[in-house]
Design a protein around this ligand. Structure first.
Ligand SMILES: Nc1ncnc2c1ncn2[C@@H]1O[C@H](COP(=O)(O)OP(=O)(O)OP(=O)(O)O)[C@@H](O)[C@H]1O
Ligand SMILES: [Mg+2]
Length: 290
C-alpha cells in the first residue's frame, strides 16, 4: 500500500541557519509517526513545509498521492493540522468554533452538524460545547484545537506538540484521543519532546536534532541501536565511594557512582542473577540499604 505521506529531502534555511537539513520519511495508513526532538530541532519548520504553509528550499511532499506546495490546493484537503500555537476564537463557543472551521473546510448542513457532535465526543468537550472558549481551561482549548483538525476526517492528522502546558489529566485525555484516531485508520504525524509520549503513541519514531533525522525506527529498533541498560538507585550511607568502586567490578555493571545518599548504577540486565551473584551481592552492597 502506498504511504499517505511521503516527505523527501526537505531543506529550509533561515538566512545562515539551516533549520531543516534533508529530512525524509514516510507514514502509512493507520500509522502514528513521531518526530521527537528538543526545542529548535526543526519540527515545526518541517511540518510547515509538509502542510504546504512554508516554501522549502528543496524537497518534495506528497499526501495521499497529491503533491503539496504552498500554492497547491488539492492534496491539502487530506491534511488536518493542529498547530503548536492555539488557533481558536475566544469569543465563540466550542461548538461555534467547530462550525466556523467546518464551513472553511467546505462542510455544511447535517454533515457538519453530525460531525461536530462526533468531534466534541472524541475530544471530551460535549458538555462544554455552549461555553465561550475564553472560559475554557488551557487543556480544553488544546483539545478543541485538536477537534478542529479532525473535523473533515483528514487522511493525515498533524499534531505539533499538542500536550505542552497541559495538566496530566488533560494530557492523558489528549493521548487517548490520538490513540483512538490511529485505530480508525488515520495516519498521524505527532511532534513532541516528551520521550514517553513518543513511546506510548507512536508506531515509529524519528529523532530529530539540528534539522536532521538522527535515527528512525520502532521503539525496539531504536533501543537495539543504542543498547538498553537498567538504571539502579540504591539509597543508604557508609563508605559509598568504595562501595561504588566494588559494584563497578561486578559483571554487567557499566557505571557506578556515589551520590550524597547512595549509589547510582547502570547495568546490563540488572534483574539477571548473573549480574549480581548472591554471594557477592551480600558482600559488596552491605554498607548500603536498598
Ligand atoms: N520564521 C523564522 N525565522 C527565522 N528563524 C526561524 C523561523 N522559524 C524557525 N526558525 C529557527 O529554525 C530553527 C528550528 O525551529 P522550529 O520552530 O522548527 O523548531 P522546533 O523543533 O519546532 O522547536 P520547538 O520544540 O521549540 O517548537 C530554530 O533555530 C528557530 O529559531
Ligand atoms: Mg515547534
Amino acid at each position: 500500500m502506498s504511504p499517505i505521506l511521503q516527505a523527501t529531502g526537505l531543506v529550509k534555511h533561515f538566512d545562515e541557519l539551516k533549520a531543516v537539513d534533508g529530512v525524509s520519511f514516510e507514514i502509512g495508513q493507520g500509522e502514528t509517526y513521531g518526530l521527537l526532538g528538543p526545542n529548535g530541532a526543526g519540527k515545526t519548520t518541517s511540518i510547515s513545509m509538509i502542510a504546504g504553509l512554508l516554501e522549502g528550499d528543496a524537497g518534495d511532499v506528497t499526501v495521499n498521492g497529491e503533491q503539496i506546495t504552498t500554492s497547491s490546493t488539492k492534496g491539502k484537503g487530506s491534511i488536518g493540522l493542529v498547530p503548536q500555537e492555539l488557533a481558536i476564537y475566544p469569543d465563540l463557543t466550542g461548538e461555534e468554533n467547530l462550525l466556523f472551521f467546518g464551513r472553511l473546510y467546505g462542510m455544511s448542513g447535517s454533515d457538519l452538524d453530525s460531525r461536530t457532535d462526533e468531534v466534541l465526543d472524541v475530544v471530551g468537550l460535549a458538555d462544554r460545547r455552549d461555553d465561550l472558549t475564553k472560559e475554557y481551561s488551557g487543556g480544553m482549548k488544546r483539545r478543541l484545537n485538536i477537534g478542529i483538525g479532525l473535523l473533515h476526517k483528514p487522511k493525515l492528522l498533524i499534531l505539533d506538540e499538542p500536550t505542552v502546558g497541559v495538566d496530566p489529566q488533560s494530557r492523558n485525555a489528549i493521548l487517548e484521543s490520538v490513540e483512538s484516531l490511529s485505530g480508525e485508520g488515520m495516519a498521524v504525524l505527532y511532534t513532541t519532546h516528551y520521550m514517553e509520549e513518543a513511546e506510548r503513541l507512536c508506531d515509529r519514531v524519528a529523532i530529530i536534532d539540528e534539522g536532521k533525522i538522527k535515527a528512525e525506527g520502532t521503539r525496539r529498533e531504536l533501543v537495539s541501536m543504542v543498547g538498553q541498560k537498567d538504571r539502579v538507585k540504591l539509597t543508604g550511607g557508609g563508605a559509598l565511594g568504595s562501595a561504588a568502586d566494588s559494584v563497578l567490578q561486578l559483571e554487567g555493571v557499566t557505571e557506578a557512582s556515589a551520590s550524597d545518599h547512595g549509589l547510582h548504577i547502570l547495568a546490563v540486565d540488572a534483574s539477571s542473577p548473573r549480574s549480581f551473584p548472591e554471594s557477592r551481592k551480600q558482600a559488596q552492597t552491605s554498607p548500603v540499604s536498598r
